[in-house]
Design a protein around this ligand. Structure first.
Ligand code: HEC
Length: 133
């Protein structure tokens, strides 16, 4: 009686160990997927005072910061967002006026988003050429 109970217990422990191992590998796998995903879809660059110099006339740092918030918030609700340098300025304006309704953003938010996208886009171009990438 005692013996059979012990062997049942041992079997249970073994199974438990196996499950823990499986779960652990799953966790490692998920982390890998997240890192892979993060590597492929780089977040849009953070707004900086340097970037303001590349943004449309009259843009302020707050405009760019708010614009970026909209991009990673309201816009990213439906799909991954393209990096600012994915489109030419005229195309971005077209896209934003089309998507603004879907994202339910105001005219002011639309303007901030454009300021961010154009500023970040130009800034990224300069960064890339100066770093030789
Ligand atoms: C309610 C969901 C939704 C929201 C919010 C949304 N989009 Fe989209 N977006 C779509 C869908 C669906 C498409 C696929 C193309 C289409 O239907 O026009 C798309 C396509 C795009 C494209 C590809 C267009 C092209 O010409 O290649 C871009 C870029 C884009 N969205 C940017 C944005 C931006 C910027 C915002 C925030 C202002 C935004 N989206 C918010 C649903 C959304």
């Amino acid at each position: 009686m005692d013996r059979s109970l012990n062997s049942a217990e041992a079997g249970g422990m073994k199974r438990l160990g196996w499950i823990i191992q499986k779960v652990r590998w799953k966790a490692v796998g998920s982390l890998g997927m997240v890192l892979l995903w993060a590597g492929c879809v780089a977040p849009p660059p953070v707004a900086t005072p340097a970037m303001v110099g590349y943004a449309p006339q009259g843009s302020r740092l707050e405009n760019l910061e708010r614009g970026r918030e909209i991009l990673v918030g309201a816009c990213a609700r439906c799909h991954a967002v393209d990096p600012p340098d994915a489109f030419a300025p005229a195309k971005w304006k077209e896209i934003v006026s089309e998507m603004a309704e879907r994202a339910r953003i105001s005219r002011e938010q639309e303007a901030d988003l454009i300021k961010y996208l154009l500023g970040a886009r130009a800034w990224m171009g300069v960064e890339r050429s100066s770093s030789g990438r």
